[in-house]
Write a protein that binds this ligand. Structure first.
Ligand SMILES: *Cc1c(COP(=O)(O)O)cnc(C)c1O
Length: 403
């Protein structure tokens, strides 16, 4: 670890007054959005310091989302790998992933700000479904932007969103995927900023989103830390999570960042292999640049053009990553690596056959290092964040496994 051991590690704190985690983050947006971002930052600060807002968030997390989610000991995987493996079960949240922690918190914030219209971007559709769900629950108008290609790949989630009363706007610009959906959502927000709150689905985008989303998702590690201590009387040696935009990982790391003895690992999508160039691993194989309002690691060519990404998992198929992860990478506090499509699918099958848990393709990436490099974890305790369930991926699984 490259941080000064004498100093308390400066991790998991607020970004500075310019919205930066070290050199990363900031607000690279059109002038018209600056007042809206400033309003959002101060409204969130006020809400987060207000016990009644916290109480309401906790109330719905418990009675609607189904928190706290359990920690499960994975005995047969432990035996196979030669270490003690535990999973934090975000797959058991209502709607099947961690996304609803953030969507719920931001929906309550929108209500507090008097905004009646919600917009969101979605890739795999999980954030769109979570947002459409809480909008239905609280009676807010909901518009979800989704790349045309993703509306085909993830048809089931389009049906779910429509059933929940959301309008799904198909985006046919660019590569017709998540990046383009996010551009379109930003454009909508610029036009309708008076009436509209934009719920970004990951710990990415301009300040205050990376901070705000981390705070809302940190319920994962607040629970996990005390549950694990209750269970084992100590912390795990390792914490592992998959990294797309980085929201489940930052929420899962947050309460452990200053536990110096605990090693943390973030697993990106290696796609067809890092050397193929067809992947979604900006921290492992990219360089810093600006995307969607923030300075962070990014997949770009020599001219700063954003590169096309590939991953078997639509939820990790994004060329950027939240700025706090860039800080944690450069500081050496978190080890970032990539698992390719095949390694993720192998891990998915192990988890299904040895533990009876069918996880999301995204989450399978977090388990992959256990099987590809068991020596690294030998004899240690490992807590993996199981970010979501696999129902949405079963059509693709049927094709890939040739069932
Ligand atoms: C969306 C999603 C991810 C990736 O997004 P992060 O913001 O990186 O967490 C990971 N797992 C699941 C199940 C998802 O739905």
């Amino acid at each position: 670890m490259s941080v000064n051991a004498e100093q308390p590690a400066p991790f998991g704190v607020r970004p500075d007054s310019r919205g930066r985690f070290g050199e990363f983050g900031g607000q690279y947006v059109p002038e018209t959005l600056m007042p809206a971002l400033a309003e959002l930052a101060s409204e969130f600060d006020a809400a987060w310091a207000d016990p009644s807002f916290r109480q309401s968030f906790d109330h719905y997390l418990a009675e609607y989302v189904g928190r706290p989610t359990p920690i499960t000991f994975l005995s047969r995987i432990s035996q196979e790998v030669g270490c003690q493996v535990y999973a934090k079960r975000e797959d058991l949240c209502h709607t099947g992933a961690h996304k609803i922690n953030n969507a719920l918190g931001q929906c309550l914030l929108a209500l507090r700000m008097g905004k009646k219209r919600i917009i969101a971007e979605t890739g795999a559709g999980q954030h769109g479904v979570a947002t459409a769900t809480v909008c239905a629950k609280f009676g807010l108008q909901c518009v979800v932007y989704m790349g045309e290609e993703d509306t085909v790949r993830q048809r089931l989630n389009v049906v779910r969103m429509k059933l929940l009363g959301a309008e799904v706007r198909s985006v046919s610009t660019g590569t017709k995927t998540l990046k383009d959906a996010m551009n379109e959502a930003m454009r909508d927000w610029v036009t309708n900023v008076e009436s509209t709150h934009y719920i970004i689905g990951s710990a990415a985008g301009p300040h205050p989103y990376p901070y705000l989303v981390r705070e809302l998702q940190s319920v994962i590690s607040k629970e996990a830390r005390s549950q694990f201590i209750e269970l084992k009387g100590q912390l795990p040696d390792w914490g592992i999570a998959c990294v797309g935009g980085g929201s489940n990982a930052i929420g899962f790391f947050a309460s452990f960042l200053n536990d110096k003895g605990m090693k943390l690992m973030g697993v990106e999508a290696g796609g067809l292999g890092l050397s193929s160039g067809k992947h979604a691993a900006p921290l492992t194989a990219g360089s810093p640049g600006v995307l969607h309002g923030s300075f962070s690691y990014l997949m770009q060519d020599g001219d700063g053009q954003v590169l096309e990404t590939h991953s078997v998992s639509a939820g990790l198929d994004y060329p950027g990553v939240g700025p706090e992860h860039s800080q944690l990478k450069d500081a050496g506090r978190v080890e970032y690596t990539a698992a390719d499509d095949q390694q993720a699918l192998d891990a998915l099958q192990k988890l299904a056959r040895l533990e009876g848990i069918i996880c999301a393709f995204e989450s399978a990436h977090a388990f992959a290092p256990l099987f590809s490099n068991p020596a690294k974890f030998k004899g240690q305790t490992v807590l993996v964040n199981l970010s979501g369930r696999g129902d949405k991926d079963m059509e693709t699984a049927a094709r890939l496994f040739e069932f």
